[in-house]
Write a protein that binds this ligand. Structure first.
Ligand SMILES: Cc1ncc(COP(=O)(O)O)c(C=O)c1O
Length: 467
């Protein structure tokens, strides 16, 4: 847990730490309570805290201390002169874990001591460096082992996947995207239309948030698909929208696409390592994601791709030697024989020096498992949302759908005025969130390294900044 120094800066009406008062509510013990019951207790308690009924004596937050909750001390927090900052920005760049440096040093040493022989020698030969990571990654996204690969980076992977999955035929050449997809996704999709002489304006159909709910509604998508079914080749959307944090119903979208002979692909940048995914069972055709957000792989760390096994016989258009079968990869033949599964899509030999921090992080994910992490994530965001609901709401709305199953760790707040000013004030309290122009503050408690206290610190600073 970070944030030790901000105690002194909290508004005095809040206790600096707070928790269930055991004499009144009984002790909350994670192991003994079903999640829903903890939420009830937690809500009850946070309502009490936010409405200032709790006495201001220092009391501990049991849930933060509970050893069965996956709070890891294996991460470094950014610091200022007062100590650790409160880091709520794992939706943008995850923190570095304590094994990242030794793992990287080990590979630098292998390079130093073994040079080219490091490919095949040493205790972690580079030729097999990715194998365990691919397996761990497959567990995180709910895929079979040979459906997942780690390679390239996110936008590059969108291009590679589109080369194989965007195969317009006759009138069926259009692509549905969210209107507020990430900029790079717009550019990448536009590229594949343009390369075929189609103007993006003509070839991209935007799925807009519903006017009444402000959310992406599958019912609206269904109408759009019915209207354009004969023209559509692909639906390509985010698993979690980067701007409002909505967790889309990937399974329903895929099923809808398939009913109309359309393929469904997903940008899971904000979903991988954040929410429970079951890509194989959901029949998703393809997906890609970055590993520097929730997966803590480090700035620009290599990306992940998923290709459902039923597509493994599909033609690979952008080939490279590392996708060639291991059986004759080093015979340097002129004819490409793809490796089985996603491995056939690997183009180049892996960027070994970019992988150690991700390797170390995936091991931590494996230690806790996505179920436990997601449970804790839901507790953290429920607490956060409850706290936000109890603030003066005149100047902001919670833009993220508040039901737990409709969001991941990221909560997006849309300010009505003075948004930059409010963001700056929160930052000066030593709290790191991020700002998406013109009016959105995004924050995410990461279940691996954030605490309820971190959420509390944000709530206190945000209330103060709202004035
Ligand atoms: C949803 C989404 N798509 C694409 C990207 C671009 O990623 P990259 O720079 O790794 O290609 C990002 C980066 O944050 C993102 O959030």
């Amino acid at each position: 847990m970070g944030s030790s120094h901000q105690h002194d800066h909290l508004t005095p009406r809040y206790p600096s730490r707070f928790v269930n008062k055991s004499e009144e509510y009984g002790s909350i013990h994670w192991a003994n309570y079903p999640t829903s019951q903890i939420l009830v207790d937690l809500h009850h308690q946070s309502i009490l805290v936010m409405s200032n009924i709790l006495p201001t004596q220092r009391i501990e937050f049991d849930l933060d201390r509970n050893q069965t909750l996956p709070v890891s001390d294996q991460f470094y927090f950014p610091k200022d002169s007062l100590g650790d900052k409160t880091y709520l920005c794992g939706h943008s760049l995850g923190l570095i874990n304590k094994n990242a440096e030794p793992y990287l040093r080990k590979q630098l040493n292998n390079w130093k001591n073994l040079a080219v022989e490091g490919h095949f020698k040493g205790d972690s030969p580079w030729i097999e460096y990715l194998a365990a990571m691919d397996t761990q990654m497959a567990r995180i996204v709910g895929a079979k082992e040979n459906e997942v690969g780690i390679m390239n980076s996110l936008t590059a992977n969108i291009h590679f996947l589109f080369s194989g999955f965007y195969r317009p035929a006759g009138n069926k050449y259009k692509v549905i995207m969210e209107a507020t997809a990430f900029s790079s996704d717009h550019y990448a999709v536009a590229s594949h239309l343009e390369v075929r002489g189609v103007k993006p304006k003509e070839g991209i159909i935007f799925w807009h948030p519903n006017e009444a709910t402000g959310l992406y509604e599958v019912a609206d998508l269904r109408q759009l698909v019915s209207k354009h079914a004969d023209e559509l080749a692909l639906i390509f959307v985010g698993g979690i929208n980067y701007l409002n944090g909505q967790f889309l119903d990937i399974s329903a979208i895929t099923e809808l696409a398939h009913q109309h002979d359309i393929l469904a692909g997903f940008d899971l940048a904000h979903a991988a390592g954040n929410v429970l995914l079951d890509l194989h069972s959901w029949n998703v055709d393809f997906a890609c994601w970055c590993t520097y957000k929730y997966l803590n792989g480090g700035p620009g760390s290599p990306g992940g791709i998923f290709i459902h096994q039923r597509h493994h016989g599909r033609q690979i258009y952008f080939k490279g030697w590392w996708g060639n079968s291991m059986e004759n990869r080093f015979e340097m033949l002129n004819h490409f024989t793809p490796e089985k599964g996603v491995a056939g899509w690997q183009v180049s030999n892996p960027t070994i020096l970019a992988l150690p921090p991700l390797k170390a992080s995936l091991e931590i994910f494996d230690q806790f498992g996505m179920n436990q992490l997601r449970n804790k994530s839901i507790l953290l965001t429920s607490y956060l949302v409850e706290g936000l609901n109890n603030l003066n709401r005149e100047n902001f709305v919670i833009n993220t759908p508040v039901q737990a199953e409709m969001h991941g760790a990221m909560i997006c707040l849309k300010l009505k005025s003075k948004s930059q000013d409010i963001f700056d004030k929160i930052s000066t309290e030593g709290i790191i969130t991020d700002f998406r122009s013109p009016d959105t503050i995004r924050l995410a408690p990461h279940p691996l390294y954030n605490s309820f206290e971190d959420c509390f610190r944000f709530l206190a600073a945000f209330e103060k900044a709202l004035g």
